[in-house]
Design a protein around this ligand. Structure first.
Ligand code: SF4
Ligand code: SF4
Length: 362
């Protein structure tokens, strides 16, 4: 942290905390939808500073955690085919499928490679023209524009050995599904910063209009989060339910139009399955017909079965805000970051990993 920021926090944090105490009307439950918020809330100790009765709960905001085991199994099955190189982001390597993980498969000789950017997968396809290179794309709106650019680049280069296995998901339909179940009490949302840089404010308006709940698009520093909570409390005090932007330095009202255009050119929405939340209409992205030749789910025959979470694992409930990690009987015992049972303990954005690291797991 730079010294200037520390000085700002030193001055502003107590002011915001005083304002929060003045406005708080507990009991209140605010959900942070984003995994990076979960981590930031834990590592800054914000939970313990809030007035009693203000609870922060984690939602379905980590793309790795919400990918069902069956989809991981599918990608692993593809990696086992002759002549296939499977490429993906690093945080997926340790996520358990129903019987193995990419990491284990790689150790047993599978050609599985980690990239930092989707364009790296295109480079691999260009270099390895004797192999079929499948990019397993897991992510939210944050990464979809870059994946769309990679697909267009593979087309521009005339590559016939580049495929995409799309497991991308969209945040607003998942929030609608979560609210529609009515199973969890939520009094407001701390909305994700990075996703909102792309989509802007509009796609969240239904939260206020149809469900009467406030939301604040919030940045990732401790001060941002405190200000986001303050803005939520102020809305409640004033009897308003609106979607506001705290993270103005990065998020524009209309989002990033260029990124949205390229996403729309390459992908179209499709119903998708989420861990914990089940099948959600139009909450995933698949390649448009024009790019169907690159779609691994069409080009390869792969079995796709739904698999339950490992026995005892509560990831599904945790992703819906119904349970918290210490409620899981495996937490800190059978399930640790070194030997994870469920994805919420594997992912760097997972709430079990956050609780374990900062919240006193043994
Ligand atoms: S992609 Fe970005 S905004 Fe979305 S959950 Fe991850 S960190 Fe948060
Ligand atoms: S502690 Fe492990 S098994 Fe339990 S919910 Fe979290 S990730 Fe799943």
């Amino acid at each position: 942290m730079n010294p200037r920021k520390r000085a700002d926090e030193g001055k502003l944090a107590p002011i915001l905390l005083r304002e929060i105490s003045g406005l708080a009307d507990p009991p209140l439950r605010f959900m942070e939808v984003c995994g990076t918020h979960t981590m930031s809330i834990f590592c800054s100790g914000i939970r313990s500073l809030l007035p009693e009765g203000i609870e922060l709960i984690s939602g379905p905001g980590c793309p790795v955690c919400v990918t069902p085991a069956g989809e991981i199994d599918r990608a692993i099955a593809l990696s086992q085919l002759d002549g296939v190189t499977l490429v993906t982001f690093g945080d997926l390597m340790w996520v358990p499928g129903s019987s193995t993980s990419f990491h284990q498969e790689k150790a047993m000789g599978g050609d599985i490679r980690v990239v930092l950017s989707p364009l790296d997968a295109v480079e691999i396809a260009q270099e390895e023209h004797g192999r079929k290179v499948i990019f397993f794309a897991v992510g939210f709106e944050t990464t979809s524009p870059a994946i769309a650019v990679a697909v267009k680049e593979a087309r521009r280069r005339g590559l016939v050995n580049f495929y995409l296995l799309s497991s991308q998901r969209l945040i607003p339909p998942a929030m609608r599904a979560l609210l529609s179940t009515g199973r969890v009490r939520i009094d407001g949302f701390i909305l994700p910063g990075h996703v909102s840089v792309i989509i802007g404010r509009g796609p969240y308006l239904f939260i206020a209009r149809e469900f009467g709940l406030p939301g604040v698009i919030t940045g990732f520093e401790a001060l941002d989060i405190l200000e986001g909570i303050y803005m939520l409390l102020r809305q409640r005090r004033e009897g308003r339910a609106e979607i506001e932007i705290q993270y103005r330095r990065a998020v524009k009202e209309e989002g990033n139009q260029r990124a949205l255009e390229v996403m729309g050119e390459v992908f179209e929405p499709v119903d998708a399955r989420w861990r914990g939340l089940g099948l959600i209409p139009e909450s995933g992205l698949i390649l448009r017909e024009e790019f169907a030749g690159m779609d691994a789910s069409r080009a390869f025959v792969i079995p796709c079965e739904d698999k339950a979470d490992p026995p005892g694992c509560l990831c599904g409930e945790i992703l819906q805000g119904l349970k918290s990690p210490p409620d899981c009987p495996l937490f800190g015992k059978r399930c640790t970051p070194e030997d994870p049972v469920g994805p919420c303990m594997v992912s760097s954005e997972g709430s079990c990993a956050a609780y374990y690291k900062y919240g006193g797991g043994q």
